[in-house]
Design a protein around this ligand. Structure first.
Ligand code: ADP
Length: 289
């Protein structure tokens, strides 16, 4: 028998393995996707977890997360939002949610609720001044997001939407690995290199074995309120071609709608009146079947 280094590594791995891949850097054969996934709090019962991803910040990932939550809540589902976009947390503001986060005295944290009962947890709810910048390094950010999953007492939830950190770097990757996502929605805008962004997100999802539920194009066009004509102010859309290429569905084309940004600014997104994401909601609802 020929001796090589990997055998020694294997033996060491077996003798020292603590069966917790999240705190171990060994690249051993028993390291699996499942082994990195964290367990939620024992009082959390979450049926479906949907990640909302984008290639960069500012394309509307948070507004899509918030709007999806509003629609699913209106349809009678129990909804929660885990704001994993730690350095740009905008979810509580869109819902006008502020207040003190409290715990159960045992390490468990209670989420806050919007006016219509959407549960949420975000770094912004933990900062004494919500305008303070969050200047944390990647591992701290990833650790905080993990805690939102493991330590928050979400109770019964039908759909949890995770506003993912933008991009496909280290932090989103850790979030992908630690939260058991049932699917992702990729948000893009017409001015982006859509094919590249979708391809990167698709690769990441494939590595983790997570289905891509579909694509949402935000800021697709602007509809003139006077004449009804549609203007493609950020350029022509390539979303259908890209969707066809990857075999994904286009779930929505959301226009630039000043009413949406105004409602977000006032913390009253729950009053929105539009059907932009109804098709996406139909698709996601089927996951419960
Ligand atoms: P991201 O989460 O990708 O960083 P946000 O959802 O926070 O992006 O959106 C960035 C800004 O653009 C916010 O002020 C939001 O209100 C605004 N916005 C996003 N989508 C639209 C839209 N379709 N119409 C009008 N304003 C929008």
């Amino acid at each position: 028998m020929i001796y090589d280094d990997s055998m020694e590594t294997d033996n060491t791995e077996q003798s020292e393995c603590k069966h917790d891949c999240s705190t171990c850097s060994a690249n051993c054969s028993s390291r699996t996707k499942e082994s990195l996934i964290e367990k939620p709090h024992e009082l959390s019962h979450i049926k479906k977890v949907i990640g909302i991803v984008s290639g960069k910040g500012g394309v509307g990932k948070s507004i899509v997360t918030s709007m999806m939550s509003v629609i699913m809540n209106r349809r009678g589902h129990k909804v929660a939002i885990l704001d994993a976009d730690v350095t740009g947390p905008s979810i509580p503001k869109a819902f006008g949610v502020k207040g003190d986060v409290t715990g159960d005295g045992n390490g468990g944290i209670f989420p806050l609720e919007s006016k219509t009962g959407i549960k949420m947890m975000s770094v912004n709810l933990l900062l004494s001044d919500e305008t303070s910048p969050v200047v944390w390094r990647g591992p701290v950010i990833a650790g905080t997001v993990k805690q939102f999953w493991t330590d928050v007492i979400w109770d019964d939830v039908d759909f949890m939407f995770v506003d993912m950190p933008p991009g496909t770097g280290d932090v989103p990757l850790t979030v992908f690995q630690s939260i058991p996502l049932d699917g992702i929605i990729i948000v893009t805008s017409p001015q982006e290199l859509v094919a590249m962004i979708v391809s990167k997100a698709a690769n990441m999802a494939q590595m983790m074995d997570i289905p891509v539920l579909g694509l949402v194009e935000n800021m697709s066009y602007f509809k003139c309120p006077d004449c009804g004509k549609e203007y493609h102010i950020f350029g022509d859309s390539h979303i259908s071609e890209v969707a066809d290429k990857f075999g994904y569905k286009v779930l929505a084309n959301i226009p630039v709608d000043p009413r949406l940004s105004a409602l977000c600014d006032k913390g009253m997104l729950e009053l929105m009146e539009n059907d932009y994401l109804d098709k996406a909601a139909d698709s996601i609802e089927k996951l419960l079947d």
